[in-house]
Design a protein around this ligand. Structure first.
Ligand SMILES: [Zn+2]
Length: 100
């Protein structure tokens, strides 16, 4: 599988370390500088295990060492694109879901 790193271009997947799904941003802090318990529980433990298009964190361990979000199908392993993780959460929700 080839992964299109935004910095390095198309690179073999062996250069990357897969982390997890990029499903939800870290919960905002509430009172006492702590996230609400339910939001924290969901962030840590709730996973969708989707069949189809997903957004997944990968670290380019043997390359530029940037965290990226790879837009990939779990059914076909086809990679539709990748975004720097720092830019991913700045995108509108519909662009995140479409892997744009
Ligand atoms: Zn890279």
């Amino acid at each position: 599988m080839l992964i299109p790193c935004p910095h390095c271009g198309m690179r073999p997947s062996e250069e990357f370390t897969a982390k997890s799904l990029a499903e939800a941003p870290r919960p905002a802090l509430g009172g006492d500088d702590r996230p609400e318990d339910d939001a924290w529980q969901d962030y840590l433990h709730t996973r969708t295990n989707a069949a189809g298009q997903t957004n997944e964190y990968f670290h380019h361990t043997l390359g530029c060492r940037q965290w990226i979000v790879v837009h990939r199908s779990t059914l076909t392993h086809e990679v539709a694109g990748a975004t720097l993780a720092s830019a991913f959460w700045q995108q509108p929700k519909h662009e995140q879901e479409a892997g744009e």
